[in-house]
Design a protein around this ligand. Sequence first.
Ligand SMILES: Nc1ncnc2c1ncn2[C@@H]1O[C@H](COP(=O)(O)OP(=O)(O)OP(=O)(O)O)[C@@H](O)[C@H]1O
Ligand SMILES: [Mg+2]
Length: 276
Amino acid sequence: MSLVVCCSFTGAPGVTTTALGLALAWPRDVVLADCDRDPAQVIEAGYLRGVDLGGRGLAPLARAHRERRSLGDELPSQLVPLQENGSRVRRFLPGFAHPASATVFAPVWPEFAASLAGLSSQGTDVIVDAGRVGRDGLPAALLTEADLVLVVLRSTLRSLAAARLHLLTLSEQVAALAAPAELGILLIGPGMPYSEAEIGAHFGLPVIASISHNPHASVLTDGRPEPRRFGDGPLMRSYRTAAASLSSRLLRREAVLDAGTASDWARMTEPMAVPR
Ligand SMILES: Nc1ncnc2c1ncn2[C@@H]1O[C@H](COP(=O)(O)OP(=O)(O)OP(=O)(O)O)[C@@H](O)[C@H]1O
Ligand SMILES: [Mg+2]
């Protein structure tokens, strides 16, 4: 099973909303982990509408680490339901509860990331909202455990200009790993104005999935009331399509890696050249 890290560079393109939409549409059991080092508690206040989560999340895991308790044992008790009564088990790990918490979490990342990977080896996929990449990249331990790192971009010039400035930091960090995760783009609003093919060719990275641009995203982000047929509407359909294609891609990649090497997979998935 797989661990997917979602991140961005600047400008709030929609990482949290997309990670949540994917988790709600994921075709297997899934945990959505809020690992944004700049906490905003968007899911707690928005989609979960301020429900009391009993102080669960990364803070008790940091405490457990200080007390030398196993994070693998502790993690399941920190998860809260993301959706009741679904065909799949969808759970949420709340993030940091204080703006400075990420700084003191530095020694915890390796064991914490390994415990997320432990969930994925027990048959639950993990989607991480890693927030903005930052000047020094993402926590190395998260990248080490990742199978796929998705940079969330809009197709606007503003979003692409930021990617041009910051992508190198992340791609160098991923490339330096002993077993690099696949790095790709998740595009929100393809064709507004740039297309998937143009963006993929420009950055030399595959656009692995796209989500439609849709004002009803605020149902997920802000917990606004669902309009009629929201579940079957274009936004949720686009999360379902992306989730199905990402999860089957992850299974195919796992099979190729079991049989061969990361370069076999890279050759199979090179972005297509755009005719000029
Ligand atoms: N598919 C979409 N279509 C239209 N708007 C969207 C879409 N996805 C997210 N948004 C909107 O983009 C805004 C930012 O969303 P979100 O908080 O998820 O961004 P973020 O990248 O996580 O930001 P931050 O860097 O602050 O964590 C919200 O208003 C949200 O509703
Ligand atoms: Mg966010």
